[in-house]
Design a protein around this ligand. Structure first.
Ligand SMILES: [Fe+2]
Ligand SMILES: [Fe+2]
Length: 202
């Protein structure tokens, strides 16, 4: 996805800070922080995966609902990281940071291209679904831990509190925009096509 330049510029220049949305009060800078928002979203996802793990093969509706909630939380988070946060991070990163960022992109791609399509190719009332969503949750948890312990730590040094607040405001505005809704719909459609391809090869 990050290779698709047109989609990047559809909702962001990828540059920080964005002067189009100046903070309204000095207090905004004191309280908002993109790193806190991203961490909170990781925790929300961890909670949803924990709930999903508790479901049984008979809880088809529950599983479907939770999977939808997970994707609705994960897709905007991942796409915004790939198209705005990671590129800005790379501009200021040292070699170690660039490696951490490369790992993060690869993990995103593995989830998008392999894990999610395999989950969708499974019947929600089956042990296959339980096994595949367990791996999905483990991937996301591993990736989130790596981001929190390496990239976010580095980002705290790279970006000022003001820049992190601006990122946070831009992210919130983007999530509420029609560009983000269209992108999520497109990503879900792509996942559906990939899962059909997986079904045919299993
Ligand atoms: Fe990520
Ligand atoms: Fe993340």
């Amino acid at each position: 996805m990050h290779r698709d330049e047109t989609s990047v510029h559809a909702f962001s220049t990828g540059k920080v800070p964005c002067s189009a949305h100046p903070p309204t009060t000095a207090g905004t800078f004191m309280t908002r922080d993109i790193l806190k928002t991203l961490k909170a979203e990781h925790d929300e996802l961890r909670g949803l995966f924990a709930e999903l793990k508790e479901t049984t093969d008979r809880g088809v509706k529950k599983r479907e609902g939770l999977l939808e909630k997970i994707e609705d939380a994960l897709i905007p988070h991942a796409k915004w990281e790939e198209t705005v946060f990671y590129p800005a991070f790379k501009e200021r990163a040292d070699r170690e940071g660039l490696q951490a960022c490369a790992e993060a992109y690869t993990e995103h791609h593995a989830v998008e291209n392999t894990v999610i399509p395999e989950v969708h190719a499974a019947d929600p009332g089956s042990p296959e679904f339980a096994g595949r969503t367990k791996v999905f949750g483990e991937f996301v948890d591993h990736h989130a831990k790596e981001e929190e312990s390496t990239m976010f730590k580095m980002a705290r040094q790279m970006f000022s509190a003001q820049e992190r607040a601006q990122f946070d405001e831009d992210y919130e505005n983007w999530k509420q925009s029609s560009a983000s809704a269209a992108m999520i719909a497109g990503e879900k459609a792509k996942a559906g096509i990939r899962s059909m391809a997986k079904s045919m090869t299993q």
